[in-house]
Every structure is written in structure tokens, then in C-alpha cells.
Design a protein around this ligand. Structure first.
Ligand SMILES: [Zn+2]
Length: 345
């Protein structure tokens, strides 16, 4: 029994030992596994850190990229802004100078209007002066200086004299063969109509052809046609509608047609005028002394219409002195107007 017991105990001990050994083995295995797990975790952590680092670097890079890009954009915007400002200023400057030009243009339009108003005023005063002279209420007299048959190249010089003497006159112009100046084959006389008007002189109608012996007086119709032809030409070149006619050679040259022509002129709104004084420059005038004698013997009345021709060099030579002489004798030199008492209607 005792032996059995001992045997049993021994066997139990052995079993115990075996069990412990097994436990130890298991424990060891577990520890190893745990160690392995720890190592695995460490590697994982390292990987995670590396990954995070990479992501951080990428994020930083992206941030820097965006920042640079933003700065570029900002700089570009600033440049654009400066450019825009510059353009804007240029535009403002241009607009300001345009406005200035526009104002100047308006002024010019107003100047034309003012000149027209001043002209109207002078015309009105002229008529008042005529009445005062006729009624003996003034010592002043009027001389209407007129030039026939132009324009010629010499008309430039005649206008210069009138300008220097601050005097306005009347030009009874014709139109035939005036593209080339008769007294200067190199000059164009068709520009002179405008020059006469621009200088403030009265432009008047002396018929287009002036062909006294070649059809002008063959009928009332041919005369009126020539007047209208000249009218259209002057209107086209100057914008002015004439209303004063002078018969080429004088109204007496019309002979039996005179009254009929006058009636037709009146129907069309034209007045007409001959002359009361002259220096004879339409004839064979050879020297200034004769011209002076002719003029002095014909200037008597308180309102004179003086006949000159702007092709005549003798008249041109004495013209400055003639103006001084007339003004010295109390004559006011004026341009003819339709309303003047000297215009027959
Ligand atoms: Zn004539």
C-alpha cells in the first residue's frame, strides 16, 4: 500500500513537473510572441512617423507652392492695377483735351454767330447813317467803294490794302474763265470768291458771262440766266446768296430791255445799282494823275457809289491814298447792303 502510495506520489510529482515544464514552455512562447508583437508595433510606428513626415513635407511644399503662386498673382494684379491706372489717366487726359477742343469748336461756332450779329448791326447802323445824312443831321458822308469784273490775281493785293486801311468794300464778280487768273496764268482765281467773303466784303452779282456784245443783252431771259448762273456759282463757293446786281456796262447798256430786266430782277429779290463816281479805270486810263482828276471831279455827293476794277494797276496804286483822301473829306467807307438807298429795287 505504502509502495503504491509512494508510487502514486512520485507519479504525481512527475506529472506536476511535466505540467510546469509545459507551462514554462508556453510562457516562453508567449513572451516570444509578445516580443515579436512589440517589434512589429515599433516598425509600424516608425512607418507611421515616416508617412506623417512625408505628408507634412508634401503639405509644406504645397503651401509654399500656393504661396508663391498667390504672390505671383498678387504681383501681376498690382502690375495690372498700375497699368490700368496709367491707361485711365491717359484716357482722362485725352478726354480733357477733347473736351477742350470741343469747347474751342463751340467758341468758333459762336464767333461766326457773333460776326454775323456784328455785321447785321453794322448794316442797321449804315441804314440809320444814310437816313441821318439824307435828313441833314450829320456831317458824315458815305462812300461805297465797288470793284467790278473780278476776281483777278490783283484782287489779293486789293484785299490786302483794304485790310491795312480797315475798310470793307463791294465786289461785283463774274464767273466765266476764272479758274485761271487772267492776269496770272499760274494762279487759280476760283478761290477768290471765298476770300472776298471771308474778309468781310460784300460779294455781289455782275452776271456770269459779262458778254455785253455777245448775247448777254440779246434777251431778258439771257441776262437773267447769266445772273442766276453767277448766283449758283457764288452760292456753291461761298455759301452766300447774293441780292445785288450790277449791269455789265451799266443799266443803260440794256437799252430797250432795261425795264423788263429790272422787273425780272425784282421778281427774284435782286436790287441793282450803277455808280455815281469813278476814276475811269474801265477805259484807257494811262496814268495816276488822270485817275485822280476823274475821281475828284465825280466825288461830290454825300453818298457816293464809286466804280473801280480790281484788275487795274493804276487804281491799285492810288487806292491807299484814295481811302485816306475820302476819309479826310468825312466819308465813311462801307460795304453795300441790299437795304441801302443806293440799291434800286
Ligand atoms: Zn463790268
Amino acid at each position: 500500500m505504502e509502495v503504491d502510495e509512494r508510487k502514486n506520489r512520485k507519479s504525481a510529482l512527475k506529472e506536476e513537473k511535466k505540467k510546469k515544464k509545459l507551462e514554462k514552455k508556453v510562457l516562453k512562447k508567449e513572451k516570444k510572441a509578445e516580443k515579436k508583437e512589440k517589434a512589429k508595433q515599433k516598425v509600424y510606428s516608425i512607418k507611421l512617423v515616416i508617412l506623417l513626415l512625408i505628408v507634412s513635407i508634401l503639405l509644406l511644399g504645397l503651401t509654399i507652392f500656393i504661396f508663391i503662386k498667390y504672390n505671383d498673382e498678387k504681383n501681376r494684379n498690382t502690375d495690372l492695377k498700375i497699368e490700368l491706372k496709367k491707361e485711365n489717366k491717359e484716357y482722362s487726359d485725352k478726354k480733357a483735351s477733347l473736351d477742350e477742343l470741343k469747347a474751342e469748336e463751340d467758341d468758333l461756332v459762336n464767333i461766326d454767330k457773333k460776326i454775323e450779329e456784328a455785321k447785321e448791326e453794322v448794316y442797321k447802323l449804315t441804314i440809320d447813317l444814310e437816313q441821318a445824312i439824307i435828313n441833314g443831321k450829320t456831317e458824315y458822308k458815305i462812300a461805297y467803294i465797288t470793284f467790278d469784273d473780278g476776281p483777278y490775281y490783283l484782287t489779293h493785293s486789293v484785299i490786302d490794302v483794304l485790310k491795312q486801311k480797315r475798310v470793307k468794300a463791294t465786289f461785283f464778280t463774274i464767273g466765266l474763265n476764272k479758274d485761271v487768273c487772267f492776269d496770272n496764268g499760274y494762279a487759280d482765281c476760283s478761290i477768290m470768291y471765298k476770300k472776298i467773303v471771308d474778309n468781310g466784303h460784300t460779294i455781289a452779282n455782275h452776271t456770269y458771262s459779262h458778254l455785253i456784245f455777245n448775247g448777254l443783252y440779246s434777251s431778258t431771259y439771257s441776262f437773267i440766266t447769266s445772273v442766276e448762273q453767277q448766283e449758283n456759282m457764288i452760292k456753291e463757293r461761298t455759301g452766300v446768296k447774293t441780292n445785288i446786281v450790277r449791269f455789265p456796262g451799266g443799266s443803260a447798256t440794256a437799252g430797250s430791255l432795261r425795264n423788263s430786266i429790272i422787273a425780272e430782277l425784282r421778281n427774284r429779290g435782286y436790287g441793282w445799282v450803277d455808280w455815281t463816281a469813278q476814276d475811269g479805270d474801265g477805259g484807257n486810263l494811262t496814268d495816276t494823275t488822270t485817275a485822280w482828276n476823274n475821281l475828284a471831279s465825280t466825288v461830290n455827293d454825300s453818298i457816293e457809289v464809286i466804280l473801280f476794277h480790281d484788275y487795274n494797276n493804276i487804281t491799285y496804286r492810288i487806292l491807299p491814298d484814295v481811302i485816306d483822301w475820302l476819309e479826310g473829306r468825312n466819308y465813311i467807307i462801307l460795304p453795300l447792303t441790299y437795304d441801302s438807298v443806293k440799291i434800286n429795287k
